[in-house]
Design a protein around this ligand. Structure first.
Ligand code: NAI
Length: 432
């Protein structure tokens, strides 16, 4: 049995660090939360237990001790797990890890919550002990709600380290661990950002309204009600732009996602005008509050870059089910096919590059992006042979796991009610 994690240090008390500290405190761990100033760490704790929907109780908050990196760094020496969640900056993270390494106790674990910096860039040239004891632990926002934690070991990370972290996440913290590899944006954001960035370009060319694009990219394909534009409003167009830049630096040269890294012209203008989404009071959508208290929604029509009243889309039966939608020979069907087939083909081609198996990919999209079914489950629902035939007929490439499936002579990625999946060798094995 790997040693349990009972005491935790979180460095960085922003959105993610405070969230991780609160989660650990809520199950009774002793938590130290450090930031550049004690007041910032304390504000992080206060945010957790105040407001309309407190995340933890005042009693649970007593399990967290706020401190500053200047005066309280020595307190991490008592902790089993030290989780770094400071700003996304390689040099800041490396400087911090050098300090943490010299103070932490033997047998403790280090992790970074980075969303995009390769782990190898963080541990490169660091002491051997650190390289054995470090991993990426990528939580999703909001930490107390999202089930997914992506766990990424480095090339020298001990399996005891990943076992202890996964045991802690899947056990006391009640999260869902997904094992990913040290590749750009890991699993969920690699596929999810492809879907969003490709979506902006493909929806732009489709002969449908933005409301229809969002209606199609939600319930009919098993995705959350925000759809495409609504999700980007939630995340922020500036964050998507930051993600694109990171992808530009780190995506392999031949990656199909490279085609979508530059924002379309209307979205570029929105960025320039700081029309970023919900956080700036409007992005693709905005809510209008009238003097009489009534509320209505407007949409920023990308075709003429002007606000207009939102016109809710109503979908026919054949557009309401992915099995018929993807094969409809109309504008709705063409858009849904274009975006979903390229995203599912992308996911298929990325195994084993980003994950050893399809199960971790499916779980990452369900637990991190709230998809009802992961990419491989979706292909099974559509019918893998039917899907592959249309990909080939449209001039697409059959790659990765879809090719493995077809070559194996089987028809589905999962069998026995989902208890077995097809591995990269084309054999069915048990889902763990
Ligand atoms: P944030 O901006 O909310 O918080 C960052 C914290 O780091 C601040 O409290 C700041 O005072 C502190 N800080 C800044 N410079 C520092 C330094 N030199 N030393 C120590 N602390 C310093 O950032 P957020 O969103 O919490 O992100 C933290 C990490 O988590 C980043 O690596 C980010 O990429 C990653 N992440 C963010 C997600 C999100 O949705 N916000 C999701 C998953 C990962």
């Amino acid at each position: 049995m790997p040693a349990p994690i009972k005491s935790v240090a979180v460095i960085g008390a922003g959105t993610m660090g405070a969230g991780i500290a609160g989660l650990c405190a809520s199950i009774g761990c002793d938590v130290v939360l450090l930031d550049v100033k004690t007041e910032i760490a304390q504000q992080g704790i206060d945010r957790l237990c105040t407001g309309k929907r407190p995340v933890i109780t005042e009693d649970q908050a007593k399990n967290i001790t706020a401190g500053s990196l200047d005066t309280d760094l020595a307190t991490i020496s008592a902790c089993d797990w030290i989780c770094e969640a400071v700003v996304e900056n390689l040099q800041i993270k490396r400087d911090l890890f050098s300090k943490l390494e010299s103070i932490r106790k033997d047998g403790s674990i280090l992790s970074t919550n980075t969303s995009g910096i390769p782990l190898r860039d963080i541990y490169q040239g660091m002491p051997e002990r650190m390289q054995r004891d470090i991993a990426v632990t990528h939580f999703f926002n909001p930490v107390h709600i999202m089930k997914l934690v992506e766990l990424i070991p480095g090339s020298k990370t001990d399996t005891d380290v990943t076992d202890r972290l996964a045991g802690f996440f899947d056990g006391p913290l009640a999260k869902g661990t997904v094992y990913a590899k040290d590749t750009v944006n890991f699993i969920a954001n690699r596929i999810g950002c492809f879907w969003m960035l490709a979506g902006l370009h493909k929806a732009n060319k489709a002969n449908i309204s933005m409301e229809t694009a969002d209606a199609l990219m939600s319930k009919p394909v098993g995705l959350p009600p925000t759809g495409l534009y609504g999700l980007i409003d939630l995340i922020g167009l500036d964050v998507m732009n930051f993600v694109s830049k990171n992808l530009d630096t780190n995506l392999p040269a031949t990656d199909p996602g490279r085609a979508y890294l530059t924002m379309p012209s209307a979205e570029s203008n929105m960025l320039k005008n700081k029309q970023l989404g919900r956080k700036t009071g409007g992005g693709f959508y905005k809510m209008i509050k009238s003097d009489d208290g009534s509320k209505s929604m407007e949409v920023f029509d990308l075709s003429n870059e002007a606000w207009r009243a939102m016109q809710p889309a109503s979908l026919d039966d054949q557009h309401n089910d992915i099995k018929t939608l993807m094969f409809s020979d109309d504008d709705e069907g063409k858009f849904a096919w274009d975006l979903m087939s390229s995203t599912l083909s992308y996911a298929s081609a990325l195994v084993p590059e980003i994950s050893n198996d399809i199960v971790n990919v499916d779980r990452a999209m369900k637990w991190g992006f709230n998809w009802a079914e992961g990419p491989f489950e979706l292909i099974d629902s559509i019918g893998a042979k039917k899907f592959a035939d249309k990909v080939s007929a449209s001039g697409g490439k059959i790659d990765g796991m879809l090719k493995v499936l077809l070559d194996s002579g089987n028809e589905t990625f999962y069998q026995q009610d989902g208890s077995e999946y097809l591995n990269a060798e084309g054999k069915y094995v048990s889902v763990s």
